[in-house]
Design a protein. Structure first.
Length: 285
């Protein structure tokens, strides 16, 4: 049985059929196409940021070199990329979708809805890519043998090296390094290191490094202070990036909505932005 398509007069409220255009409120084709364009644009711009050093995460395997200003600049770049990418995707979705003969406010609302569809699909694509990247990094970390054993975290390896540094050739036993790591982690919070833990850390440092107790106490103080300062900077950077990411997602949704409305107006008014530079033709004599 052949479907018969009825064409409406553009002056009558209702859908305006276009060749191959769907007669429905939601047009998934333009929404998916706009989301793919937005995701591709975002990927290219974030790749450029990585090339010039504007990375969200530090390339170092540790957290002690985290810079708050780098986090602020990276967060600002995330907002710019999200707004620009989803504005482009929303404009394309609003521009190429089939229009409707109805009130201007209703047309603007439906165009904006397609901009939100672009934003939602793009966010889901980004979440899937982020999960795949995290799984690949986790698989690579599991394949490589850890530096420390007996429960010692790898991100405190440098602090433990500084704590037990000496001219002796015998390294500290894994159990000793693990215990020292757990004590230092206890001192990374807002509260001071308990006296008994500090005494035990000084005792371990004295036994491994061969330093006198006063010198070992000063080394413990320096290592714990530097580790606490680095952890504070890392927490601040994480808060800044988290806030910027949330702000970027909210701003991207608004940008996609308004850009889709602009694209719809250009579509209905048959306005085509210039795709090439014009001007007088210069002839050579």
């Amino acid at each position: 049985m052949t479907d018969v398509q009825t064409y409406r007069d553009p002056a009558v409220p209702g859908p305006i059929p276009t060749p191959g255009g769907p007669l429905s409120y939601i047009h998934w084709g333009p929404g998916i196409a706009g989301a793919i364009v937005a995701a591709a644009t975002s990927f290219v711009l974030m790749g450029f940021a990585s090339a010039v050093g504007l990375m969200v995460a530090s390339p170092s395997p540790t957290w002690r070199d985290t810079s708050v200003w780098l986090a602020i600049l990276s967060g600002f770049w995330i907002i710019v990329v999200a707004v620009g990418s989803f504005a482009l995707g929303g404009y394309l979705a609003g521009r190429v979708r089939s229009t409707w003969a109805t009130t201007p406010d209703e047309v603007e609302f439906r165009d904006g809805t397609h901009g939100l569809i672009v934003w939602a699909i793009g966010v889901m694509l980004g979440a899937v890519l982020l999960a795949m990247t995290a799984n690949s990094f986790a698989a690579g970390s599991a394949a490589s043998p850890p530096r420390d054993t007996a429960g010692a975290p790898s991100f405190l390896a440098y602090e433990i090296d500084r704590l037990f540094r000496s001219d002796r050739r015998e390294p500290a036993a894994p159990e000793v390094r693990a215990e020292a790591s757990r004590i230092i982690m206890r001192g990374l919070g807002r509260t001071e290191l308990p006296a008994e833990d500090r005494t035990q850390l000084v005792r371990l440092t004295t036994a491994v490094s061969g330093l006198a107790p006063p010198e070992a106490d000063r080394r413990v103080t320096q290592v714990v202070t530097d580790a606490r300062s680095a952890a504070s900077r890392a927490r601040s950077s994480a808060v800044i990036l988290g806030f910027c990411l949330a702000a970027a997602l909210a701003a991207a949704a608004a940008a996609a909505w308004f850009a889709a409305g602009i694209g719809g107006k250009h579509r209905d008014n048959e306005f085509a932005p210039p795709l090439r530079f014009g001007g007088a033709v210069v002839r050579r004599v």
